[in-house]
Structure formats: C-alpha cells, structure tokens
Ligand binder design. Structure first.
Ligand code: 3SL
Length: 242
C-alpha cells in the first residue's frame, strides 16, 4: 500500500488514488465526525455559500441545519458554527447538515471524485485506519486542509498519526511514498504524547484562541481514537457515517 500526504487542496494536481482521506483537525473533520456520532443523518459539503443556501432551501425545514464558519466565526444566519461541541445529539439527530468551512470543505471538494472518500480527525484516526486496511487498495491519498493555501501543523500531525497506525498494524507492505508524509511521521513521533500541546502551538490553534475561549474545542480536537465513526462519501458531496 502506497501512502501519500499533501498539505492543502491546491497541492493535488490529479490523482489515481483508490482512497482519499481528508483531514481538518481544527476543526471541520472533527466536527463532521462528532456530528455523525451524535446521529446527524448526513453532511453535504459546499465551498460556495450561495449554492449551499439554494440547496438547503429545497430541504424539509425540520430536517436541516446550516453549519459553517469563515475566519473561525459562525456565518451570519447559519444555525451552527464549526465547533465539534455545537453538534450535540439534541441539535443534529436525524438532520442533514449543509456545511461550508474556510479550508476543510475545499479539500473535500477537491477529492470528491475518488472512489472511497473519508473524513478523518484525531478522534477517529484508528477507525479510519482500520477501514483503509480492510479495503487493502494500492494508493491512498491523505489530504490536509491547512489555512488558506498554507501548511498546518495539526493536519500534518494527524496524517503522521494515521500513517503510523497503518505502518505498524497492516500485514502487507506499507510505503511512505512522499517526503510530506515522512515529515508528518517525524512530527507525530515528536508530539504524540502531547497532542494538545501541538494544537496549541499551531498557528490555527493560536488564531482560535485569539478569537475567544476555544480551550474545550482544542481539547475535543486533540482526543485520539475515541470515536468509531468513519465519515464516508456515499453520493457526490454527501457524507454519512459508516
Ligand atoms: O478551515 C476550516 O475549514 C475550519 O475548520 C476552520 S475553523 O477551525 O472552523 O476556524
């Protein structure tokens, strides 16, 4: 199995991968994983806000929520911001979430044509890794989200965490196939015993902290292997739990 990691959507020119895993530790893929754990029916992701609103308008009013952020803050008129703590069972159960975030949903859109598309955060790292191993495909593309086109420490950390799990638990050969992923593995080995410290050191962790009290968000996003949810694209642009 060949594993590749790219930091941001624009780094992916084309791909013949069988599996794509999108990571946005702070916070889109963590929010997606928790929303599905808490019973959301599905998540439809958008980059374009007008299209999101048009599509959501056609949906049953009792079964939808609009969720999103720009610059870390909830979008005006939306029901929820992009916090894993906001997607409680009471709010999301049985609902479709129409979602747009600054970087995470852009990465999802970039690889939406790949046959198996998963969203992964630290809480469901093991669940996603096990799914990848069970599929046993040749090429796996791991894609971070970064921040507006630039590198992010926390997504690379999670890419390293995923690669590390697969490397040590898969029975077949695993190739760490690009330098980005080698560096991510080194990053994981440096920070694996202080994940929260890494998130607080990251530029986006600091950005969120400067916006207000995001301590509990950061803690939630730093938890490892506590969710058994594998967010999976079932139809183009729509993710469900599996
Ligand atoms: O960039 C994104 O997609 C968001 O996850 C950013 S934030 O953590 O909600 O600010």
């Amino acid at each position: 199995m060949n594993l590749y990691y790219y930091h941001v959507a624009d780094d992916v020119l084309e791909t013949d991968s069988d599996i794509a895993v999108v990571i946005d530790v702070l916070r889109a893929s963590t929010t997606i994983s928790w929303a599905l754990k808490n019973g959301a029916d599905s998540i439809q992701f958008f980059s374009d806000l007008d299209l999101l609103k048009e599509t959501a308008e056609r949906w049953d009013a009792n079964k939808k929520l609009m969720l999103g952020e720009r610059g870390g803050k909830k979008i005006n008129g939306f029901d929820l911001g992009n916090s894993p703590l906001s997607v409680t069972k009471e709010k999301v159960q049985g609902k479709r979430l129409f979602m747009s975030t600054t970087n995470g949903t852009k990465s999802l859109k970039k690889v939406q044509n790949v046959k198996y598309l998963f969203a992964m955060a630290l809480p469901n790292r093991k669940a996603v890794a096990e799914r990848i191993m069970s599929l046993n495909k040749k090429n796996v593309l791991i894609l971070g989200s970064g921040w507006e086109g630039s590198y992010s420490l926390e997504d690379s950390l999670a890419a390293g965490a995923l690669a590390s799990y697969i490397k040590y638990n898969f029975n077949n050969e695993v190739n760490i196939s690009n330098d980005e992923l080698q560096a991510s593995l080194a990053l994981w080995n440096t920070w694996k015993n202080d994940i929260l410290g890494c998130l607080k050191t990251a530029t986006h962790g600091k950005r969120l902290t400067s916006l207000g009290d995001y301590d509990d968000d950061l803690k939630c996003c730093s938890e490892l292997d506590c969710l058994d949810i594998v967010p999976t694209q079932f139809e183009r642009g729509v993710i469900r739990a599996s």
